[in-house]
Design a protein around this ligand. Structure first.
Ligand code: NCD
Length: 319
């Protein structure tokens, strides 16, 4: 693996290797001294063209715990705001000697463009490109599900588990990366959304699609339910074209205490963040003991440590 751009096409054994390595990384994080010398002398550049809190911080923490030097570059206040292209930015960063480039960009395909263009010699990690993919989020989701429901042992996939992904599938790179990865790992994935928030061509995805959350709760014996943020910034007109009103959306697709009580006892509640509390998820559901939202964030650091390690630690990691 030279880059991590998508989970679509990521072979099962490679995905499991990342999850297993993340498990090893998590163990090192319980020690008193959490820093490992593994990436000493390597430089990781965080290239963020789109707002992000947790993903950027998570990659930064992961790289630093592996002793890499980290340079954070955010498009706001940089020459990008003055119209500099991705190519010029990448070449400038290359001159600084990047071994790894973590990129978040508003354009779908930006990470792949960077990886295949020759503008940088470093390994490219996609931290979210437009509405396309967000592979490390899917890996941390899979890791979290495996820990809770699939005994968490190394080598194990998600066979036999059922996961519902609910909400704004249309604008969600998380939903796409999760759909590919979770099914590769053996899970059954059910997408739940109004017809207006389901992408064209979804029938070619390896998933089932249901338009009623209540029907989905009735029909499926869910192991995990993942609520997605309504991405108002990707909708023109404040969402009016996609659903009648926020209250109506919540009534039909929100996870509240009543719906939570209908789920099997073992079902975990997930959300990639940032949450719109009161819209797609109620405070009661978000803060319930079955919610693993905070744990997802913690697991994100272990998973990103694993990805950076496998991509950057050289020959010994690649074997
Ligand atoms: C997601 C993203 O940016 O794609 N968030 C994240 O990475 N933590 C999902 C979202 O923004 O809703």
């Amino acid at each position: 693996m030279k880059h991590l751009l998508t989970t679509r096409g990521l072979p099962r054994d490679e995905a499991i290797r990342i999850l297993d390595t993340a498990g090893e990384m998590a163990k090192t994080q319980e020690r008193e001294i959490r820093k490992l010398p593994t990436l000493r002398g390597k430089t990781v550049i965080n290239l963020f063209f789109e707002d992000s809190t947790r993903t950027r911080i998570s990659f930064e923490a992961a790289a630093k715990r592996l002793s890499a030097d980290v340079i954070n570059f955010s498009a706001k206040g940089s020459s990008v705001a003055k119209g500099e292209s991705l190519k010029d930015t990448a070449q400038t960063l290359q001159a600084m000697g990047a071994d790894g480039v973590v990129i978040r960009h508003w354009a779908s395909g930006a990470a792949e463009r960077l990886a295949t263009s020759g503008w940088t010699r470093g390994a490219v990690v996609n931290a979210g490109d437009g509405t396309h993919e967000h592979p490390t989020q899917a890996l941390l989701d899979a890791y979290t599900i495996r820990r809770h429901l699939a005994d968490g042992e190394p080598g194990v996939g998600l066979d036999g588990l059922t996961v519902a992904i609910v909400g704004d599938i249309l604008h969600s790179r998380v939903a796409r990366s999760d759909a590919w990865l979770l099914t590769t790992l053996g899970a059954r994935v059910v997408l739940v959304a109004p017809p207006t928030l389901v992408p064209l061509g979804v029938e070619t995805w390896p998933v089932e699609v249901v338009h009623s959350l209540d029907a989905a709760l009735e029909t499926y014996d869910l192991d995990a339910i993942m609520m997605l943020r309504i991405q108002l910034e990707r909708m023109t007109g404040g969402g009016a074209a996609f659903f009648p009103s926020p209250a109506e959306y919540t009534r039909l697709y929100g996870l509240d205490g009543t719906r939570l009580a209908r789920l099997p006892k073992r079902t975990i509640v997930m959300h990639p963040g940032p949450m719109n509390r009161g819209l797609e998820i109620s405070a009661e559901a978000a803060d319930s003991p079955r919610s693993v939202v905070v744990e997802q964030v913690a697991n994100g650091v272990s998973v990103r440590m694993a990805v950076l390690y496998l991509l950057l630690a050289g020959e010994e990691a690649a074997s």
